[in-house]
Structures are given as C-alpha cells and as structure tokens.
Ligand binder design. Structure first.
Ligand SMILES: Nc1ncnc2c1ncn2[C@@H]1O[C@H](COP(=O)(O)OP(=O)(O)OP(=O)(O)O)[C@@H](O)[C@H]1O
Ligand SMILES: [Mg+2]
Length: 461
C-alpha cells in the first residue's frame, strides 16, 4: 500500500501544498501582525499626544475628566497622572499591568513628543504609550494610553483558524488526488503489470485499453502489440511445426512405400532400379530439407557469420550461371546477364551464391522450355541492385504476400517436377537481410516473375 505510486505522488503533492501554505501563513502572519501593531501603536501615541496637547493648553480637572470620559467610550484606556506618577484621572478601572508600567516609568526621560513604553503584544495584555504634559517648560504630568492586545491576538487567531481550514482542505484535496491518481495511473499500470505476467505465463490473450494518448497509452499500446506479436508467433510456430511434420512425412512415406515393395517380392531389374532411384531422390530431398532447416535455425540464432568481402558482381553471377549450365541446358533455357564488368559488391560470396542459386532454381522450375532468364545489375550511389527476371508461369496475386514465409509453396501438392519445400526464398531473404539489404518479388500470373535484391555498400575497385 505504502509503495503505491499514487500514494507517493499524493504525499509529495501534500508536502508541497503544506510547504507553500506554511510559507504563505508565515509571511501573512508576520506582515499582518507587524502592520496591525504598528498601526495601533501609531494611533495610540498620536491620541496620547493630542490629549497632552489639549491638557497643556488647559490643565484643569474638567478638561482631564473630559478626556477620561471620551476614552471610556473607546477601545483605549487613558490614565492621566501628575509629574510624580500619581493617578489624577482614568477612563477605565486600573489594571495591575497598567500600574506596573506607570510605576516603572522614568519620568524625567520622556521626550516631549511621547514614547512607546510597551510594545510586546505577544506577552503583555496592553500596548502602552506615554505623552508628557509640559506647561511653559514645567513638567506637570503624563498621559498614558493603553490599547488591549487581545484584539490583535484574536485577528491572528482567526488567521490561524483559516490556515487550519486550508490544511484540512489540503488533506482532503490530497486524498482526492490520490484517489484520482490511482484511478488514472496506478490502475492502468496494475493492469499492464497483470498483462505482462499473463504474457510471461504464456497466455497471450491480452486485452488492454489503448485509447489514452499519453505515455501510459503508448505503453499499453506497446504491450498490446507485443501480445499480438507473441500470439502471431505462437500461431506461426504451430503452423510451422504442422507443415514441417507434413514435409518430413511425405518423402518418408515414399521411401517406406517403395522399400516395402522391394522387400515384399523379387522384382525385375528395371523396376527395381526405378524404385531405388525414387528412394534415393526422396532421401536426397529429405536431406536437403533438413540441411535448409538447419541453416534457417542457425540464422534465427544469429550463429551465422557473414564474411563480407569486395567481389566483382559480374564474376560472381557468371560463376553461378556456369554452375547451373547443365540444368539450364536440360530445360532449354537461356540466361542473359547485363552487368558492368568492373562493379564490386560487398558480400559474403558463399552465402550470396546461395541467394542467386535459390532464385535461379525457382526461375528454372517455373519457366517453360525455350524461354529466357535475365539478370540485370545496376548501381545507385552506394547500392547495388540485382534483378532476376523470368518468363515463367508467375505467381497468383493471392500467394504473393506469403512466398517469403517458411515452407510456403504455391503448389500445395508436392509435384515431382516442381517439388520444393518452400525454404528457398525464406533462406534468400535471411541472407540478404543479414547483409543489410532487401529482397522483393514482383510477379504476374502467367507473365513471369522478377526478384529485386538491393545490397548496400559498394566495395572499391
Ligand atoms: N520464379 C518463380 N515463378 C513462379 N513461382 C515461383 C517463382 N519463385 C517462387 N515461386 C513460388 O514461390 C514458392 C516459394 O518458393 P521457394 O523457393 O521458397 O520454395 P520452393 O521453390 O517451393 O522450394 P525450395 O526452394 O525449398 O526447393 C514456390 O513454391 C513457387 O510456387
Ligand atoms: Mg525454391
């Protein structure tokens, strides 16, 4: 509970409110208190001085009583003493604090424009001023003015109350903030955490809300797409395993079938040769399939080294075509190469040979006799483009997006003529991509196929 993000943010928020509130309170308190006190003291002194001025003009009992009467109606207290501090007139009953101040006063040291004799509003009950009465240079008496500090304290108490109220509001706002934050941050985070746990347990059936446009929305989108990818991969693996067992079973069925026939009865020499030939062919295919699968597995594990070197692209292609001459002649196909002779390309020659072989093998398998295959090489800046075009049967549009998938074949039944395993193009793709290149295939059913390979990084001559 105390480790929850919303609570941490909430407490931080609360701390900030409290800090700002505290600073504000302090500033206001000091400002208000000091301002108010100064004002009261200033008024008090001015009032005392006015009374002393009046009494200096008319130092009679009647005037003194008038002054006392006047102040008895106000919030202030006036005490008029003679030059020795004996009380002559007072507006309100005498309090011990007042007597104390009157007794402590040094009567000879009071300046003519009065003095503040008590300003400790926090400790004392009264603020006090003393205005002397001097008639023609003669010291005749004093006007003491007192203002109760209770009023100021009550103003400040009120302020404290208000700040306490603000504190309570801050706590309430914090609680609401924590609740809102937990609704908008913690809950989605918890859901995502649960989703990732679910994923790690192998359950990819994850549904997260992806409507938010903030960072949490982005995160939840990423997790959702991760889940979708995992799901897709799981299905692909399932399909792949199903196809692979099928691919392995078919040649094995042939091998076992013909072996059984040979085993069951003695056969004429001719027939025996044919059957053994089929068994050998199927066994070869099986071994090719396993070899190719092994290659792909190595590529997936990235335990596959690409040793790039600058090779003449023309020589490379020419040597591959030479290698294929017997097959080409058998199928009555011609190959034309259009390639600048001095172009260099940065590739692993052995691996790259495999790419071109796989593509040429497809072209041969799917081209009618007496048609031609063209290989064009062009360079764009540092990139080298190789296009292999045939005039064969082409690939139906619906199959085009899948031809680079493992074990995908257009012709689902393994015909003896074209019978590949659907690994040629995926292997070519892996190799080209491991060179940092791209491979694309364009085809129109009935009109031939073109394969485009783009390899970056041209070597220097
Ligand atoms: N030049 C082409 N003309 C017509 N169809 C093609 C061509 N190249 C590929 N295809 C189609 O794409 C499918 C996938 O090709 P890929 O090379 O991956 O497998 P394969 O040739 O069937 O088997 P493998 O290459 O493993 O022996 C092929 O089954 C074929 O139907
Ligand atoms: Mg092939």
């Amino acid at each position: 509970m105390f480790n929850r993000l919303s609570l941490k943010i909430g407490v931080l928020f609360f701390g900030f409110i409290l800090l700002i509130g505290g600073i504000l309170y302090y500033i206001l308190y000091i400002h208000l208190a000091n301002g108010r006190i100064e004002e009261v003291i200033h008024n008090l002194l001015a009032r005392g001085n006015t009374h002393s001025d009046v009494l200096e003009d008319n130092f009679t009992d009647t005037t003194m009583e008038h002054v006392g009467l006047m102040e008895s109606e106000s919030d202030f207290v006036v005490i008029i003493t003679d030059a020795d501090g004996d009380v002559l007139v007072r507006s309100d009953p005498l309090q011990p604090e007042m007597t104390e101040i009157i007794n402590q006063t040094n009567y000879d040291a009071i300046p003519s424009d009065g003095i503040v004799v008590e300003d400790k509003w926090q400790e004392k009950r009264y603020l006090a001023t003393d205005s002397p009465i001097s008639i023609q240079g003669e010291h005749r008496g004093h006007v003491f003015m007192f203002a109760p500090t209770e009023q100021i304290r009550s103003i400040l108490d009120q302020l404290s109350e208000q700040f306490k109220l603000i504190g309570v509001i801050a706590v309430a706002v914090t609680i609401i903030t924590i609740l809102i934050l937990s609704r908008f941050i913690t809950v989605p985070l918890m859901k995502m955490k649960q989703a990732t746990e679910q994923l790690s347990e192998g359950n990819n059936d994850v549904e997260l809300s992806v409507e938010r446009r903030d960072e949490l929305g982005e995160l939840s989108k990423s997790i959702q797409s991760l889940a979708d990818d995992l799901d897709r991969l799981k299905n692909e693996r399932k399909e792949f395993l199903a196809s692979i067992s099928h691919e392995l079973r078919t040649p094995l069925t042939y091998i076992k079938g013909y072996a059984d026939i040979i085993h069951r009865q003695p056969l004429p020499e001719e027939e025996l040769k044919t059957y053994i030939g089929i068994i050998r062919e199927e066994a070869d295919e099986l071994s090719d399939l396993i070899k190719n699968l092994f290659e792909l597995a190595k590529m997936d594990r990235h335990s596959f080294v690409v040793k790039k070197q600058a090779v003449h692209v023309y020589e490379l292609i020419n040597s591959i075509v030479d290698l294929m001459q017997p097959t080409l002649q058998k199928n009555k196909l011609t190959v034309s190469i259009q390639c600048p002779k001095d172009r260099l390309v940065l590739v692993d020659p052995n691996r790259f040979q495999q790419v071109v072989l796989n593509i040429l093998d497809n072209a041969v398998k799917h081209s009618p006799h007496h048609s031609s295959i063209t290989i064009e090489v062009e360079t764009y800046g540092d990139e080298v483009d190789i296009v292999i075009h045939d005039q064969g049967e082409g690939i139906p549009e619906k199959d085009l997006p899948f031809v680079f998938e493992r074990l995908y074949r257009v012709e689902k039944s393994r015909s003896r003529k074209s019978g590949g395993s659907g690994l040629g193009l995926p292997i070519a793709k892996e190799i080209v991509e491991s060179h940092g290149g791209t491979i694309k295939l364009n085809s129109r059913y009935g009109q031939g196929t073109s394969v485009f390979i783009r390899i970056p990084g041209r070597g220097t001559a």
